[in-house]
Design a protein around this ligand. Structure first.
Ligand SMILES: [Zn+2]
Length: 258
């Protein structure tokens, strides 16, 4: 099986899981680029996996279903998303028979309240929950919810490859450098990212074991990240910030303002 990014809009990736006959896409926001990919590779669309209700993740459901009436559409149990044939909740599992993959579902509220992600051994499709070196904005959920959702990711096997849905890595690194200016793993990763981007190549997927070394949002227990959160809280006249949820909330706010 291959996993190929289809570029969409300005910085979205629609992930295509495929063999030489069948294809499953994750978060098909733009139907045109998916149809072009399927045609170019002579593939049948067998399923769509939706992570949350934002239009850049759901905009292709209708037209792709029209083109492939047998397609199964997995997604959150949210009636606002039209066209879901298999609504899912936490700990659900399902089998993608064409690709022979057993998928398990985790609910991860934070970016939105309906957000779910899809895990199969060594691969995670996490939508807008975690990005390389960053995490999703809190449009609907609380910092405590997002912190809990990110903790579900950190509990996965370290060799898990993370397939998120935006190429935000360079901007995220610029923020992470302000949090941890002396993080050597971050400095090394930045060089690799610059090379990839200068060759117009994606920086995704990314290894969980790498993210744990330099993604500040996964490092709220680390002294240097706590010190950064404390420096912001000090500016706001607050006392000590050591509770991991408070550290996370301070980081997320600083990134919003960055
Ligand atoms: Zn989103």
């Amino acid at each position: 099986m291959n996993i190929t990014p289809i570029n969409a809009f300005t910085d979205n990736y629609i992930w295509a899981l495929h063999n030489d006959q069948h294809c499953v896409v994750v978060d098909p926001g733009d139907p045109a680029v998916v149809l072009a990919f399927l045609k170019a590779h002579n593939l049948q669309l067998s399923a769509m996996l939706i992570t949350h209700h934002h239009f850049d993740h759901t905009g292709g459901i209708d037209e792709l279903t029209h083109n492939y009436p047998q397609v199964r559409v997995f997604g959150p149990n949210n009636p606002k998303i039209k066209g879901i044939t298999h609504p899912l909740t936490n700990a659900d599992t399902f089998y993608l028979d064409d690709l022979k993959i057993e998928v398990s579902v985790m609910t991860v509220p934070g970016h939105t309240l309906d957000h779910i992600m899809y895990y199969a051994p060594d691969m995670l499709f996490c939508g807008d929950t975690l990005f390389s070196c960053g995490c999703g904005r809190l449009f609907e959920g609380t910092p405590a919810q997002m912190f809990d959702s990110l903790r579900k990711i950190t509990q996965l096997p370290r060799e898990t490859l993370i397939y998120c849905t935006h190429e935000y890595t360079q901007a995220n690194i610029a923020f992470a450098e302000t949090v941890e200016p002396h993080n050597k793993a971050l400095a090394q990763y930045k060089l690799w990212v610059e090379l990839q981007r200068s060759n117009n190549k994606p920086t995704i997927p990314t290894l969980l074991s790498d993210q744990l070394q330099f993604n500040p949002f996964l490092r709220v227990h680390d002294d240097s990240v706590q010190a950064f959160a404390q420096s912001i809280a000090g500016d706001l006249g607050q006392k000590t910030v050591t509770d991991p949820v408070q550290v996370f909330a301070a980081l997320r706010q600083a990134k919003d303002d960055f």
